[in-house]
Design a protein around this ligand. Structure first.
Ligand SMILES: C[S@@+](CC[C@H](N)C(=O)[O-])C[C@H]1O[C@@H](n2cnc3c(N)ncnc32)[C@H](O)[C@@H]1O
Length: 218
């Protein structure tokens, strides 16, 4: 895998996503794949990868660089009609779930995971408590330094963006309620990472020994 063509806070957490891919993963889905950067990386870890995005412009860009084992679909992961229920050993959603009501997004994503497979969500939340603001402020120097090292921070042109409606504490509580047994961790660069294994057959998956969050909410 070569150097990323650009860097931003979502790209920064691609490594965490890739590290969670089950060994011997057959099918992977990247929901809200944007220009396909993560889908291309997943193609080195899974036999077949699907990237779905409802933005035709993003899918057009993704298809401009398409490895043989990646299929891109223009569509909505929420309605599921273009995707296979229980069909993906690994599902990722990076900076996507806040574009829809959280419960709807998680219900749709969990339906898509194969029993025994894994879901990884990298998401955004908004600040609410003083502690939230303090932690977010700690991210600033790290972000500036990393951006300098990576040639600046950039999103692909035309990338659809949205403000997160839920704050950190709400996301953490909802994730634990909707994804029993999930690992939730707030990360420094204004993202949380949730890893959830769908109950089912035992499957060889990298262990995620992430700490419980200490930094936000009740
Ligand atoms: C902020 S971008 C992130 C893109 C990519 N995951 C990344 O990390 O660079 C959010 C993407 O999700 C897509 N998206 C949002 N809701 C979606 C939905 N319900 N179905 C498919 N794509 C969706 C948007 O079109 C957009 O490309």
């Amino acid at each position: 895998m070569g150097r990323d063509p650009y860097w931003n806070h979502n790209v920064h957490y691609h490594r965490a996503v890739l590290a969670a891919v089950p060994h011997g993963c057959r099918t992977a889905l990247d929901a809200g794949c944007g220009d396909g950067l993560l889908a291309r990386k997943l193609a080195t870890r899974a036999e077949a990868v699907t990237g779905i995005d409802r933005s035709p412009e993003m899918i057009r860009r993704a298809r401009a660089r398409q490895p043989a084992n990646v299929t891109y679909v223009t569509g909505d992961y929420l309605d599921g009609t273009a995707l296979t229920e229980d069909g993906y050993d690994f599902v990722s959603a990076v900076a996507v779930v806040h574009h829809a009501p959280f419960e709807d997004a998680l219900a749709a994503l969990t339906r898509l995971v194969t029993p025994g497979g894994r879901l990884v969500i990298v998401g955004l939340a908004r600040n609410h408590t003083r502690l939230d603001w303090l932690i977010s402020a700690c991210g600033l120097p790290a972000s500036r330094l990393l951006a300098r090292l990576r040639g600046g921070k950039r999103d692909p042109d035309g990338m659809p963006l949205a403000h997160p409606p839920l704050h950190w504490g709400e996301v953490r509580a909802a994730a634990r309620r909707l994804l029993p047994g999930c690992h939730y961790r707030r990360r420094l660069l204004w993202r949380y990472v949730v890893v959830w294994d769908k109950p089912g057959v035992v499957w060889d998956k990298p262990v995620v020994g992430w700490d419980e969050p200490r930094e936000s909410g009740p």
